[in-house]
Ligand binder design. Structure first.
Ligand code: ZN
Length: 148
Protein backbone atom coordinates (compact mmCIF):
# COMPACT_ATOMS: atom_id res chain seq x y z
CA UNK A 1 0.00 0.00 0.00
CA UNK A 2 1.30 3.38 -0.97
CA UNK A 3 1.41 5.71 2.04
CA UNK A 4 0.50 8.68 -0.12
CA UNK A 5 -2.87 7.04 -0.76
CA UNK A 6 -3.77 6.86 2.93
CA UNK A 7 -6.54 8.89 4.51
CA UNK A 8 -6.14 12.65 4.51
CA UNK A 9 -4.83 14.03 7.79
CA UNK A 10 -5.92 17.42 9.07
CA UNK A 11 -2.43 18.66 9.86
CA UNK A 12 -3.77 21.81 11.49
CA UNK A 13 -5.35 19.65 14.21
CA UNK A 14 -2.10 17.99 15.29
CA UNK A 15 -0.98 18.63 18.86
CA UNK A 16 1.90 21.11 19.18
CA UNK A 17 4.95 20.21 21.28
CA UNK A 18 4.22 20.65 24.97
CA UNK A 19 6.52 22.03 27.67
CA UNK A 20 8.15 19.50 30.01
CA UNK A 21 8.54 21.43 33.28
CA UNK A 22 11.33 20.42 35.63
CA UNK A 23 12.40 21.74 39.03
CA UNK A 24 14.00 24.80 37.41
CA UNK A 25 11.21 25.72 34.98
CA UNK A 26 8.02 24.67 36.80
CA UNK A 27 7.55 28.12 38.43
CA UNK A 28 7.63 29.74 34.99
CA UNK A 29 4.79 27.51 33.77
CA UNK A 30 2.85 27.91 37.03
CA UNK A 31 2.98 31.69 36.51
CA UNK A 32 1.84 31.52 32.90
CA UNK A 33 -1.00 29.20 33.96
CA UNK A 34 -2.27 32.05 36.12
CA UNK A 35 -1.79 34.57 33.31
CA UNK A 36 1.47 36.11 34.50
CA UNK A 37 5.03 36.24 33.24
CA UNK A 38 7.65 35.53 35.91
CA UNK A 39 11.40 35.17 35.49
CA UNK A 40 14.06 33.69 37.76
CA UNK A 41 15.89 36.32 39.85
CA UNK A 42 18.76 36.27 42.31
CA UNK A 43 17.48 37.00 45.80
CA UNK A 44 20.78 38.59 46.81
CA UNK A 45 22.04 40.81 43.96
CA UNK A 46 18.84 41.06 41.90
CA UNK A 47 20.26 39.65 38.65
CA UNK A 48 17.54 38.23 36.39
CA UNK A 49 18.41 34.77 35.06
CA UNK A 50 16.90 33.34 31.89
CA UNK A 51 17.15 30.39 31.48
CA UNK A 52 16.52 29.89 35.20
CA UNK A 53 19.23 28.68 37.55
CA UNK A 54 19.11 27.29 41.08
CA UNK A 55 21.97 29.61 42.09
CA UNK A 56 22.94 33.05 40.77
CA UNK A 57 25.72 32.89 38.18
CA UNK A 58 27.14 36.16 39.54
CA UNK A 59 27.01 35.76 43.34
CA UNK A 60 25.87 32.14 43.90
CA UNK A 61 22.94 33.18 46.09
CA UNK A 62 19.58 31.43 45.87
CA UNK A 63 17.01 32.41 43.27
CA UNK A 64 13.24 32.70 43.01
CA UNK A 65 10.73 33.65 40.34
CA UNK A 66 9.41 37.20 40.31
CA UNK A 67 6.89 38.91 38.03
CA UNK A 68 8.19 41.00 35.14
CA UNK A 69 6.43 43.71 33.13
CA UNK A 70 6.46 41.75 29.89
CA UNK A 71 7.64 44.88 28.08
CA UNK A 72 10.57 44.50 25.74
CA UNK A 73 12.12 45.08 22.35
CA UNK A 74 12.75 42.65 19.52
CA UNK A 75 16.43 41.69 19.61
CA UNK A 76 16.33 39.35 16.62
CA UNK A 77 13.77 37.23 14.80
CA UNK A 78 13.08 34.75 12.05
CA UNK A 79 10.06 34.36 9.85
CA UNK A 80 8.85 30.77 9.69
CA UNK A 81 7.41 30.30 6.22
CA UNK A 82 7.36 26.52 6.00
CA UNK A 83 4.98 24.34 8.05
CA UNK A 84 7.79 22.75 10.07
CA UNK A 85 6.42 22.72 13.62
CA UNK A 86 3.53 20.40 14.42
CA UNK A 87 0.55 22.34 15.71
CA UNK A 88 1.61 25.52 13.93
CA UNK A 89 1.16 24.39 10.32
CA UNK A 90 -1.88 26.63 9.89
CA UNK A 91 -0.08 29.68 11.32
CA UNK A 92 2.66 30.13 8.68
CA UNK A 93 4.07 32.56 7.96
CA UNK A 94 4.81 33.75 11.49
CA UNK A 95 7.65 35.53 13.27
CA UNK A 96 9.58 34.04 16.19
CA UNK A 97 11.72 36.51 18.09
CA UNK A 98 14.11 36.84 20.96
CA UNK A 99 12.74 39.75 22.96
CA UNK A 100 14.94 41.78 25.31
CA UNK A 101 12.85 42.30 28.41
CA UNK A 102 12.87 45.78 29.91
CA UNK A 103 14.03 44.60 33.33
CA UNK A 104 17.66 44.01 32.34
CA UNK A 105 19.87 44.35 29.26
CA UNK A 106 20.32 40.94 27.61
CA UNK A 107 17.41 39.34 29.50
CA UNK A 108 15.91 37.56 26.50
CA UNK A 109 12.83 35.45 26.09
CA UNK A 110 11.77 33.67 22.89
CA UNK A 111 8.25 33.97 21.59
CA UNK A 112 6.08 34.37 18.53
CA UNK A 113 5.25 37.93 17.49
CA UNK A 114 1.49 37.98 16.93
CA UNK A 115 -1.16 40.44 15.75
CA UNK A 116 1.13 41.79 13.02
CA UNK A 117 2.08 40.88 9.45
CA UNK A 118 5.37 39.01 9.98
CA UNK A 119 6.97 41.05 7.19
CA UNK A 120 6.39 44.17 9.34
CA UNK A 121 8.37 42.80 12.32
CA UNK A 122 11.65 44.68 12.81
CA UNK A 123 14.61 44.54 15.15
CA UNK A 124 14.21 47.18 17.85
CA UNK A 125 10.43 47.28 17.72
CA UNK A 126 8.69 47.41 21.08
CA UNK A 127 6.52 44.49 22.12
CA UNK A 128 4.64 43.34 25.18
CA UNK A 129 4.09 39.79 26.40
CA UNK A 130 0.63 38.29 26.35
CA UNK A 131 -0.12 34.89 27.85
CA UNK A 132 -1.97 32.61 25.43
CA UNK A 133 -3.24 29.07 25.84
CA UNK A 134 -1.15 26.47 24.03
CA UNK A 135 -3.35 24.10 22.05
CA UNK A 136 -3.36 20.42 22.90
CA UNK A 137 -2.85 20.62 26.65
CA UNK A 138 -3.16 22.72 29.78
CA UNK A 139 -0.14 24.97 29.24
CA UNK A 140 -0.08 28.71 28.58
CA UNK A 141 2.86 30.47 27.03
CA UNK A 142 3.95 34.01 26.28
CA UNK A 143 3.60 35.52 22.85
CA UNK A 144 4.52 39.12 22.05
CA UNK A 145 2.23 41.82 20.72
CA UNK A 146 3.66 44.95 19.05
CA UNK A 147 3.39 48.19 21.02
CA UNK A 148 3.35 51.38 18.99
ZN1 ZN B 1 23.26 37.23 42.54
Amino acid sequence: MNASQGPAVDRSALRPPQPAPDVDTAPFWEATASGHLSICRCQQCGLWLQPPLERCRRCAASTAFEPVSGDGTVSTFIIQRQPAVVGFFDKVPYAVALVDLAEQPGLRLPGRIVDIDPDDVAIGMRARARIDALAGGDFHLPVFVPVD
